[in-house]
Design a protein around this ligand. Sequence first.
Ligand SMILES: [Zn+2]
Length: 304
Amino acid sequence: MVMNNGNGHGGPHPRHFYFTIDCDWVPGSQVGLERLLDLCDCYHLKGTIFFAGRFAETYPDLVRDCHHRGHQLGTHGWAHGGLEDDEDFRLASYDQQRQWIRRATDAVEKAAGVCPVIFRAPNLRIGEVTLRALEDEGYRYDSSIPARRFDMGFGRVHYTEYFWAPLEPYNPSWQRLHRPGRSSILEIPPSACLFPINLASLRVLGLPALRRMINWVGRRSQHLVFYCHPSEFLYAKDQVFPRAMSKWNQWGMCPANLSLVEALIDSVLNLGYAPVPMVNTAPRSVDLKQPIISRVVGYQSDHA
Ligand SMILES: [Zn+2]
């Protein structure tokens, strides 16, 4: 039981709030990211921003701006968001996954000059192979395992293999991602109470329902991971989505969602959560003149 002393910090074990943004490859959505960055500045909130590689490659100035404003940079697949057949880290081979991760890593490094060490799988589809690929690419954190999440036909998580994964950060087992083990990767699962603690749930279910879900998570974990997408803060007609993307997913995208997020942040801070970064070390800057492969190998030998 955590005592809330009312000033945004709990007792001896403050509750941790991770504000995270997934930048899928959706041309047009960069405007939504700019709006989100301004909102974060108002709250002095430092978030973790996961970039699909093609987003980072196309909007490098914006990626650099995120870094300069104090946010942590992660990766989120290579072209996830813009494909009819999206990247699937549950089905893809080890080599294919390393290629996607490396291209995205390279794009973020080129844009911001820092080495991303945190990953979120597109559509939260992750497997044991992904854990190995991340370790071998020098990653140290992941935030993909959909613990306590099952969307029942509405959202994107339709597998239950990792449903009972810990809600607190943990190092997964190489054989079974939902069990604690000896991987060097620290998993910080995106929070869910059947449905995810994200902006889509907030838009559809409303703040009172999300507050109840947050309380449910809060009784089981000190850690709350929220996520949203830049595309949710502008009209769908101003952005480029794959043809196959459902109207359901595009429903309710508009600038007014910014005030929904503000209300959520107020609510979470009132519950005694303290915003914290996912990565607790300073970003490692990279020498962009070096080929990426030696940067990765060098990183591993430093941190083995
Ligand atoms: Zn995504």
